[in-house]
Design a protein around this ligand. Sequence first.
Ligand SMILES: Nc1ncnc2c1ncn2[C@@H]1O[C@H](COP(=O)(O)OP(=O)(O)OP(=O)(O)O)[C@@H](O)[C@H]1O
Length: 320
Amino acid sequence: MSVPLLSVKNLSVSFRTRSGIVRVLDDVSFSLGKGEVLGIVGESGSGKSVLSYALMGLLDETADIKADAIEFGGIDLVGTRSPLASIRGRELSMIFQSPRTALNPIMKVGKQIEDVLRRHGPVTRSNAKAAAIAALAKVRIPDPERRYHAYPFELSGGMCQRVMIAMALSCSPALLIADEPTTGLDVTTQAVVMDLMRDLVRETRMSSILITHDLALAGEYCDRIIVMHAGHMVESAPADALQARFAHPYTRGLFAATPTARTELQDLASIPGNLPDLRGELPPCRFFHRCNLREPDCETGAIALAPLGNDHSVRCRHPL
Ligand SMILES: Nc1ncnc2c1ncn2[C@@H]1O[C@H](COP(=O)(O)OP(=O)(O)OP(=O)(O)O)[C@@H](O)[C@H]1O
């Protein structure tokens, strides 16, 4: 990879809560190249959203963020909440799940796009409306002049997500983070929204991070995939390589639980057990208690993400 757009080294995030310290992310390291689409996959609670909020600088004061480096376009973001405010929205943009709740319900969608453009983009009061309509057209919203005046409740979920995408892309960010962007949409609309994002990302050579619990979706739309379990990166590989040969028992479990066009309901298997409680002491392998391949040595010493070759790495003492 040439010089990465984003480089994260040893990122850890914990929260101070009344019932103790919750260690949500531990030792997360990865790089993202220009134009690359990275999928971050894991079940609910694995730390995917906390990772994206940490990158966006959106975590509240109870979060303790530690990292050796978080470099974005050559700027070191570690320990700096304020410089992020100036690049967020312009260089770094995010799409959230539940677009209807992410939009302001009492403001026309066109005006909401105008606000973003005027705050971060090179538009003036006089050309902001035309730019907002152009942004709606870019995300293939039919009749954008009319839809400019619509309120979120007047649009379908898929249309609201397109508005969110229009807002996120209106300032041509270098990096787009999409957190479960198709949650709550029906399957056909999911595909339309994902295809739209893929086309726009390719057109602009923007980098993007897709956060999802759906390994099949990540396999289809991403160049590489990071699998997260209980705040650990357990496996990282190019999407094709991961689908051809996974090495972590958790990744195997995720594949077995993921529906594809060829699987029947009875073929799907759930992953036994639950994520560990992230308060207090955790074993070196956070999958230990759920793993049917565990050995006594999995409980001793730190287990680092180890390279398997060809840009593929795994955090497991006994990879498959
Ligand atoms: N402010 C907070 N204080 C304490 N714990 C938190 C806080 N925010 C998140 N967590 C915990 O961090 C863990 C990871 O949460 P996160 O939302 O990142 O998971 P996720 O993988 O994105 O799940 P989902 O797919 O459901 O969104 C969870 O155990 C959650 O309870």
